[in-house]
Design a binder for this molecule. Structure first.
Ligand code: DAT
Ligand code: MG
Length: 152
């Protein structure tokens, strides 16, 4: 499987509720590599571009209000199959349908306050990484324990 990168963001509810360390830790423990990380309060333009596919949905305005309401932790994670795997770690969009053990299943109740975002495929991952990060903000590095997480 080719090495992939995906965009993940802890939404303002996750930051306000003090869940940043808990969520970062789940991706670290899984074995993925953090290659980009910053805190940003998104502008309405950035939020609108990020959620552009939902522009015509009735919840769009509320979604933009929410995501721009405070700081977000924007991240890029790298690893084999990380795009689909991050979606599994995150769980279903509706937290009440998300399996226990997933981030939304364990930490959220409401669809409008579901704590975290993850890119849903290779094209959106590329689009969202470029939208939120400049090339200089992403790091290429080798974890010192690499040989213990990836069979070469
Ligand atoms: P996901 O975040 O799992 O990729 P999505 O792309 O379908 O889900 O929707 C983006 C976000 O929009 C989602 O995390 C929460 C919000 N949302 C989606 N459907 C909604 C609905 N029916 N009512 C309110 N908010 C909704
Ligand atoms: Mg989505």
């Amino acid at each position: 499987m080719a090495m992939e990168r995906t965009f993940v963001a802890i939404k303002p509810d996750g930051v306000q509720r003090g869940l940043v360390g808990e969520i970062l830790g789940r991706f670290e423990r899984k074995g993925f590599k953090l290659v980009g990380l910053k805190q940003v309060t998104p502008s309405r333009d950035l939020a609108g571009e990020h959620y552009g596919v939902h522009r015509e949905r009735p919840f769009f305005a509320g979604l933009v209000d929410f995501i721009t309401s405070g700081p977000v932790i924007a991240m890029v994670w790298e690893g084999d199959g990380v795009i689909a795997s991050a979606r599994k770690l995150i769980g279903a969009t509706k937290p009440l349908e998300a399996e226990p053990g997933t981030i939304r299943g364990d930490l959220a109740v409401n669809i409008g306050r579901n704590v975290i975002h993850g890119s849903d495929g290779p094209d959106t991952a590329q689009f969202e990484i470029n939208l939120w990060f400049s090339a200089e903000e992403l790091n290429t590095w080798t974890p010192s324990d690499q040989d213990w997480r990836i069979e070469s």
